[in-house]
Design a protein around this ligand. Structure first.
Ligand code: CP
Ligand code: NVA
Length: 308
C-alpha cells in the first residue's frame, strides 16, 4: 500500500514530524534511484513545478511534466484511466488539480499502487504548508518545529486552499491562528471544512477585521485575492477585499518584530504592497527556498514505506 500526501489533515502527527525532519536532514541521491515521478499540472505553477522537479532530480529520480492540455483529466480520458496509466510507469504521481476529488478516485482506481502527492487543489495546498512551517521554525526556533507552541499567526485576506492547510499544520503544532477575512471569504465555521474540528493544540480564531486579526501577531500571512479558476470574480473580489490589504499601517499593528509570509505569486498593490513584500520583515524568498525542502521531505517520507 503506497503512502499518499493529499492533505495535512490526513497525515498523522508522527508522519508530519518525520516529513519536517526529512526536509532538512542530509540525504543521498539514491532515494528515488531509477524511479519516475509524474508531474501533472491542470493549473499554472512556478514554485511548485520548480521545487518538485529539483527535488526529484536531487533524489536520483526522473520527473515527467504533463500540462493540462496534454493530460485532459476527465476530458481526454477519465481521471481513473489517467491514474491507471501513470501507475504502470511511475512510482509517484504529483498533481495540481481543479477538483480535489480526483485524488480519491485515482487512489481507488489504482488500488493504492502509485503514491499521490497534492501539489494544490481547490481545497488544500499541503506542500506549501510544510514549507511555511519550516520557514517559521527556522526563524523563531532554530528549525525545531516542536518549539512553536504559543506563537501567534495572523492570516489576512481571502481564506484559501493555502489558508486551510497552513492553519491545520500550525494548530497541530500548538500555534494560535487568527484568520481575518470578510463575510463570504472566511474559513467554514462548522462541518468537515472547519479546521478547528480536526485539530488540537493551538487556538483558531476567525475575525471579520484585518486589524483585530493582525494585532500583536508574530507572523502575518496573505495569499491572492483571486485564486486560480476564480478570475471571473476579479472586480468583486478587489472591491470587497480592499480593507484586507497588507500595508505598512496594518503591519504596524503586529508585534514590532513580526515577519511577513506570502505563498506567492504576489499581486502587488492588491493583497500586499511593495513596501511590505520587499521590506525587511518579509521572509517570502526563504519561504520559496523551503518549497524545495518540503518536497524533499515529502518524497523521502513516501519512499520510507519501502523500508518499513
Ligand atoms: N506558491 C505556489 O504554489 O506557487 P506556484 O503556483 O508558482 O507553484
Ligand atoms: N490560493 C491560490 C494559491 C496559489 C499558489 C490559488 O489557488 O490560486
Amino acid at each position: 500500500m503506497s503512502r499518499h500526501f493529499m492533505t495535512i489533515e490526513q497525515q498523522s502527527d508522527e508522519d508530519l514530524a518525520t516529513i519536517y525532519q526529512l526536509a532538512c536532514s542530509p540525504f543521498d541521491d539514491e532515494t528515488l534511484k531509477g524511479q519516475g515521478v509524474a508531474l501533472v499540472f491542470e493549473r499554472p505553477s512556478l514554485r511548485t513545478r520548480a521545487s518538485s522537479s529539483s527535488a526529484v532530480h536531487e533524489l536520483g529520480g526522473f520527473a515527467t511534466f504533463f500540462s493540462d492540455e496534454e493530460i485532459g483529466l476527465d476530458t481526454r480520458e477519465s481521471a481513473e484511466d489517467v491514474g491507471r496509466t501513470l501507475a504502470q510507469m511511475y512510482a509517484i504521481g504529483a498533481l495540481r488539480v481543479r477538483n480535489h476529488g480526483v485524488f480519491d478516485r485515482m487512489r481507488v482506481a489504482t488500488s493504492d499502487r502509485i503514491s499521490l502527492i497534492n501539489l494544490l487543489s481547490d481545497v488544500a495546498h499541503p506542500t506549501q504548508a510544510v514549507a511555511d512551517v519550516l520557514t517559521i521554525a527556522e526563524y523563531f526556533s532554530e528549525g525545531d518545529v516542536t518549539k512553536l507552541a504559543g506563537l501567534e499567526v495572523a492570516y489576512v485576506g481571502d481564506a484559501t486552499n493555502v489558508t486551510r492547510s497552513l492553519a491545520v499544520a500550525l494548530l497541530r503544532l500548538g500555534v494560535n491562528v487568527t484568520v481575518g477575512a470578510p463575510d463570504g471569504y472566511q474559513l467554514a465555521r462548522s462541518g468537515e471544512e472547519d479546521p478547528s474540528v480536526v485539530v488540537g493544540g493551538g487556538v483558531l480564531r476567525l475575525s471579520d477585521s484585518a486589524g483585530d486579526a493582525v494585532k500583536d501577531a508574530d507572523v502575518v500571512y496573505t495569499d491572492a485575492w483571486v485564486s486560480m479558476g476564480l478570475e471571473g470574480e476579479t472586480a468583486r473580489r478587489r472591491a470587497e477585499l480592499a480593507p484586507f490589504r497588507i500595508d505598512e499601517t496594518l503591519m504596524g499593528l503586529a508585534k514590532p518584530d513580526a515577519v511577513l509570509l506570502h505563498c506567492l505569486p504576489a499581486h502587488r498593490g492588491d493583497e500586499i504592497t511593495n513596501e511590505v513584500l520587499d521590506g525587511e520583515r518579509s521572509l517570502v524568498w526563504r519561504q520559496v527556498f523551503h518549497r524545495r525542502s518540503a518536497m524533499l521531505g515529502v518524497l523521502r517520507w513516501i519512499k520510507e514505506e519501502d523500508n518499513d
